[in-house]
Each structure stands twice: as C-alpha cells, then as structure tokens.
Design a protein around this ligand. Structure first.
Ligand code: SUG
Length: 445
C-alpha cells in the first residue's frame, strides 16, 4: 500500500520569489497570497483522495519564522527587534525565515521501501535542500517530524540529512521514482540527478539542484541492490526550461511511467535499459512518453501536467490527480484526452492555485511512503486523516489563518503570535505534543 503524506500548508504561506530557476516562484514574487485558501486547497486534495479509499497522512508545517536564521545573520535584540531590523535591511532574508516551503513534502526526504533495502526496514533520508536558502532551513524540522511519525525502529530507519555542502545537494523524493510490479515482486528505484561535479555538469540557464553524489550516497545508505536501482541524469534542457525538479517532467507509480521526451539525458537508452530491467514483470511496464511536438516543455512546465499524482486503486483502476491548469490549457487537456485515456480510468482536477503560484503541484505536495500492513499499523495514528480530523483541521485553518499576506506583513509581531497559537493547537489535533519548541519561540510582547 501507499501512504501519501501531504505537507499541511503553514500560516505564513507567501510569495517570496525565493526560488531561482522555478519560473512560477520567480513570476509571483511579491504578490499577495491567501494562506487560508492555500491550506484549504491542500486539505481538500487530501480529503478527496481519502474518500476514494487512499490512505492519507499529514506532514505538519515547520514553525516559522526561523528566528535563529536571522540571529545567525547578525540581527539581535528581542524577536520583535530582530524581525523589524530584518524587514528594514534584509527583506529577502526575512521572507526566507518565514517561508512555508515545508508544504512541498516531496522534497522532505527520500524514502525507500523496506522490500527494496537489504536492511529490511523502511529507509528515510531527510533532504538537506541546500540549493536554496529558504529551503535549507527545513531539514531539522523534517527529520524531527518524520522520526516522530515513524518512530518504531523495528520497522523504520532514519538517516541524518547528507552533509550540508554543495557536492551533496539533495532535494529528496522529487528526484526519485519508485516503479514496481503490482502483480509480482519486482521493483526499481529511479534516482535522477542534475549535476555531476566530476563531469562539471551544470544546468545552463538555471542551477541544477540534485547532485549525483547525493543520489549515490542515498542508494548506498538505503542499501538498495544494483538490480533495484538506476541512476539517471536529468536533461539539462529541462532544467534550463524551468524543470528545477525531475517531478516537473516525469511521474511514475507501480508499472506506469508518464514522461516528457526531454526529461532525461540520453532518454532513448535510459528507457531501453529500464524496459530490459523490468521485462520479467507480470504486469509489463507501460511508458507513456510525450514528445516535445505534442507538448513543448514550456507548456508542460506551465500546466504542470507531469506533476500530477498517479494512483492505482485496489480495483486496479488508474486515477490521475491533476492541477486544474491542465484543463485550462488545450495542449495538456488534449494529451489527457488522447494519450492517457487508454490507461487512465479517471482524472480528478484540483484547484491548488496558491501552491502552484510558487511552483508546487499535486505531486510536490506529497511524500509517497510505500508500506505493508504491519508497517502501516506502526505509523503515528495522530497524523492519519480521518473524517473527524479533516473537520478539525478545516475549522483550525479558518480560525487561525489570514486570508491575505504580503511581504510587508511579515514584520508584524501579531503574525508571529497568531502562528504560535495555531501551531500549539495543531500539536493537539495531531497528538504530537513535542514537535515544536513553542516556549522558546514565544514572542516578547
Ligand atoms: O523548491 N517553491 C518550491 C517548489 C517546490 C516544488 N516541489 C517539487 N517539485 N517537488 C521550490 O522551488 C517558492 C517559495 C517562494 O518563492 O516564496 C518555492 O520554494
């Protein structure tokens, strides 16, 4: 089974323009956000998938602002003074400290199924996210949250994030695809890297975020046998067009891979090798490859078609969870109607506009956790979505979240008070009393 762990959007969601190479983030920087709508949109996706029978978990947001980042940057005094000074002289840094980017759970960690690891336990390596400042401060929270949710060491092994150095730049599961045979035992893990320092490989127009060394290190740590993994170079053309993560141009689940022609370097050879490695599967691997003529990269990156989620129901029905932008763009809609209709039984469109404006589609918002029934029983039950918890979270969001936020609001001490109150209440809804150090974060009034 698959547990989708979706990042709950935090109350400081705003458009910081913080992610160079992510065209949506760069294009919406400075605009007014609606944190309440963002959180409700994400929660609605979780709820609708749960109603269809797919287990759904919640990854709680990181506590923001990260005052320690601002203090390390030399701002001093009480927390009000620190945020005020930062707003005057380093607004970009203040925005980073307030970023709600932990919502994109696909970047929280790389996860390896217990059955794909010689260790025999489910493996987690939280991503160091060092390619961007605002995301580099997520790793500590993600480590703690994942350790609290998957706490039983009989089933779950947690590694530390990779060293916080460029050579180890790691963006988590956004560059990893797990394919498996739904009617057999075969599985293969695709690790996609953008930069290889040994070959001086860099994206051109924009930086490549995932390093080859990081992917190799995770394969070693997670003890994935050679016949269950493939290391693939992301196409520099895709990175230059704005595909800052591989999940912007490719998605795969079970025995289905849906991919743009320009996702990988040497794609023809890569797909040949993949077919050969999976040719003994009972359910043959199906690859739907979309050519650049059918859907130019630029349009794929605008609609986020490949950032859809693929779900396989217990009845073996395929469901595509797509952003509504795919319905609004005729080229993407045509792909869904003409190329996917033979395999996909159902398409669900979601309004995730607030996340999409920062470059995060349906697949970015979730971390896919492959579990067996016993491992599922060992997951902290407080984070599992139920009808009751859905309604509690809905009221919690409406009660605590603002419906508009601009960069100017970030130095308002009242915003920090609101966030602390909200997080305190959230720890009770999720039964995670020790997740945040709320006392240390209390603002001086
Ligand atoms: O890292 N955007 C995120 C989007 C992450 C999407 N995740 C996946 N593709 N899996 C990023 O670029 C924008 C924040 C801002 O500008 O305020 C941001 O961080």
């Amino acid at each position: 089974m698959l547990l989708n762990l979706d990042g709950l959007v935090g109350p400081s969601h705003h458009f910081g323009g913080l992610a160079f190479g992510n065209l949506a983030s760069m294009g919406h920087g400075g605009q007014r956000s609606n944190p309440r709508q963002a959180a409700l949109q994400g929660l609605d996706k979780m709820w609708q998938l749960l109603c269809l029978g797919f287990p759904q978990g919640i990854l709680p947001p990181a506590l923001r602002p990260d005052i320690s980042l601002l203090r390390e940057a030399g701002f001093s005094g009480d927390d009000n003074a620190v945020t005020y000074q930062a707003s005057r002289t380093a607004p970009h840094l203040l925005s980073a400290a307030f970023s709600a980017s932990s919502m994109w759970a696909a970047n929280a960690a790389t996860v390896t199924a217990a059955s794909d690891s010689l260790d025999g336990r489910l493996q987690f390596t939280p991503a160091n996210l060092i390619s961007t400042l605002h995301r580099s401060i997520e790793a500590r929270h993600n480590s703690k949250a994942l350790r609290s949710i998957f706490s039983d060491s009989a089933y779950f092994q947690h590694h530390c994030p990779l060293p916080a150095q460029n050579s180890f730049a790691d963006e988590g599961a956004a560059n990893h695809i797990r394919l498996y045979d739904p009617q057999g035992v075969g599985a293969i893990n695709l690790f996609v890297y953008g930069r290889d320092e040994a070959q001086q490989l860099q994206g051109n127009r924009f930086p490549a975020r995932q390093s080859r060394l990081a992917s190799e290190s995770i394969i070693r740590r997670h003890k994935i046998p050679a016949d269950q993994q493939m290391l693939i170079q992301q196409s520099p053309v895709a990175i230059s067009a704005g595909a800052f993560h591989n999940d912007v141009v490719a998605v795969g689940h079970a025995n289905l891979l849906f991919i743009h022609e320009h996702a990988f370097a040497n794609q023809i050879e890569v797909l040949q090798k993949l077919r050969a490695m999976t040719d003994a599967w009972n359910s043959p691997l199906q690859i739907i490859e979309i050519s650049n003529n059918e859907l130019p990269l630029e349009l794929a990156i605008k609609s986020y078609l490949f950032n859809s989620q693929l779900l396989l129901s217990a009845e073996q029905e395929w469901i595509l969870v797509a952003p509504q932008e795919c319905r609004l763009q005729k080229e993407s809609e045509k792909i869904i109607e003409t190329r996917l209709c033979e395999i996909i039984n159902r398409v669900l469109y979601f309004d995730l506009k607030e996340s999409m404006h920062n470059g995060g589609g349906p697949a970015c918002l979730r971390l896919a956790i492959p579990l067996d029934a016993t491992e599922y029983q060992a997951v902290h039950p407080g984070i599992l979505l139920t009808a009751e918890r859905y309604h509690q979270l809905q009221s919690w969001i409406v009660r605590h979240y603002r419906d508009q936020l601009t960069l100017e609001c970030l130095s308002d001490p009242q915003l920090r008070r609101e966030i602390l109150t909200a997080m305190d209440a959230l720890t009770r809804i999720l039964s995670l009393p020790n997740l945040y150090s709320l006392d240390q974060a209390r603002p001086i009034t």
